[in-house]
Design a protein around this ligand. Structure first.
Ligand SMILES: Nc1nc2c(ncn2[C@@H]2O[C@H](COP(=O)(O)OP(=O)(O)OP(=O)(O)O)[C@@H](O)[C@H]2O)c(=O)[nH]1
Length: 432
């Protein structure tokens, strides 16, 4: 059964100068002919009047992409319509009337994957490009869409296949004149590859934070000036500031961009023995947020002694802020003096935050793992390679290598281990 022919608005919804309707599937050419007359030359922009059942619908630029040289790999059409909702609706109705159906979310990219036009990591990169909000996210997404991660995966897969071919040769031609240390070399090289994969896992937290946004929590005693700090960094009055201790009860969030990294900055309830159950819940939420945040801003006011609850949150992912510096020097050595009243220290704090954002969520040198799905696949390959190192028999080691290959192939969703292995092993043939 041939697949449906689908259509969807590729540009944003609502009124616009131009709306792009995309059509993909075996009936694309027939639909275009029905609406616009004879087919234009492939990939050439042509101005046509679109008609359906005797009714003129629009004058539009039409493009005809014969498969497989299209985004989806199928016959495809693009209609660049006038962007009014009524025009889009009329042309969509005509397409449905002619037997096409509206596409599901992501269906064009899914079809491109099924036709081998891109692998899963590239498809994810395209999804990330569409939702990228900052410059660093755009660069990260583009690198993945252009095959950065797939290239690394291919290199790792290539290494594993060579190891497997050698391990198989060792099993199959055991009695023959093979280098006697072939078997040991497989284990040593597998261990080196395992360490490389582990390094990519260690780096993955930064890439994931960049893709998802970095979480920063502001913590401190009641009245330390946390809400004032959030408002100063956000540039607007997001949180209520008052002289009454215990004003902030829930977590208040603002979105910022720091050094190209999208950040969620959260103001939290002051840490102290709560006087009622609402405040107790607020403190509970503050501590939960502190736990989840990649970076903690610990705020100590110049007019109060450092409190134990906030002090206990000090670690390498905490930045100490000495607030209300207009009232005196910070009470804690190493705290950055800041006053939201005079503005002192705010540029320095912002610079420190940008540095931390780059450290915690910057792009890596090599294309990295940006999703839990990637981490899971690599993590599984790592545990199979660790397994190999202790496996007592060559057959078990070969099996561990196959399992590692299968785990890796889930990254791109494209590699057929057996097929590639036939090819590699065929080349390896030792005169037999
Ligand atoms: N002198 C001075 N006062 C400040 C400064 N920042 C905040 N304050 C005052 O300190 C009091 C508490 O400020 P908030 O920002 O509400 O403090 P908070 O830590 O969010 O307080 P809770 O919500 O109770 O936990 C208010 O009266 C502010 O005006 C500052 O830089 N200098």
């Amino acid at each position: 059964m041939s697949p449906d022919t689908v259509f969807a608005l590729a540009s944003g919804a609502g009124r616009a100068a131009v709306a792009v309707l995309r059509i993909s599937g075996p009936r694309s050419a027939a639909l275009l002919e029905a609406l616009a007359g004879r087919l234009p030359a492939p990939r050439m922009t042509t101005l046509r009047r679109l008609r359906h059942r005797g009714e003129a619908l629009d004058r539009a630029l039409v493009l005809w992409f014969p498969g497989p040289g299209s985004f989806t790999g199928e016959d495809s059409v693009e209609l660049h319509l006038h962007g009014g909702p009524a025009v889009v609706a009329a042309v969509s109705e005509a397409l449905a009337d002619l037997g096409a159906r509206p596409a599901e979310p992501g269906e064009f990219t899914r079809r491109a994957f099924l036709h081998g036009k891109l692998d899963l990591t590239a498809a994810e990169g395209i999804a990330d490009l569409v939702s990228a909000e900052t410059e660093a996210q755009r660069r990260q997404a583009l690198r993945q869409a252009e095959g950065g991660l797939a290239t690394r995966e291919a290199a790792w897969t290539g290494q594993l296949l060579r190891l497997l071919a050698r391990q198989e040769a060792f099993i199959e031609f055991e009695d023959e004149d093979l280098p006697h240390d072939l078997d040991i070399r497989v284990t040593t090289e597998a261990a080196a590859l395992r360490r490389e994969l582990e390094a990519s896992l260690a780096e993955s937290a930064r890439e994931e934070r960049l893709r998802e946004g970095l979480s920063i929590a502001i913590l401190g005693a009641p009245n330390a000036g946390k809400s004032s700090l959030l408002n100063a960094l956000a540039g607007h009055e997001a949180a209520i500031v008052s002289a009454r201790a215990g004003t902030t009860r829930d977590v208040v969030e603002v979105r910022l961009v720091l050094g190209g990294v999208p950040v969620t900055l959260a103001d939290t309830a002051g840490l102290r023995e709560a006087s009622d159950e609402i405040e107790a819940e607020g403190v509970h939420r503050a501590l939960a947020r502190a736990e989840r945040a990649a970076l903690r801003l610990l705020v100590f006011a110049a007019d109060t002694a450092p409190d134990a609850a906030t002090l206990s949150l000090r670690d390498e992912d905490a930045l100490l802020v000495g607030s209300k510096s207009d009232l005196g020097p910070p009470v804690l050595a190493g705290a950055l003096p800041v006053s939201t009243t005079t503005g002192e220290g705010l540029p320095l704090l912002r610079a420190a935050l940008e540095r931390e954002a780059a450290r915690l969520a910057g792009m890596n040198e090599a294309a990295g793992l940006t999703r839990p799905r990637h981490r899971a696949a690599i993590g599984e390959a790592v545990s199979w390679l660790a397994h190999l190192e202790t496996a007592p028999l060559p057959e078990l080691r070969a099996e561990a290598l196959r399992a590692a290959l299968r785990a890796l192939s889930r990254l791109t969703g494209r590699v057929d281990v057996e097929a590639v292995l036939d090819q590699v092993f065929g080349e390896f043939c030792i005169g037999k």
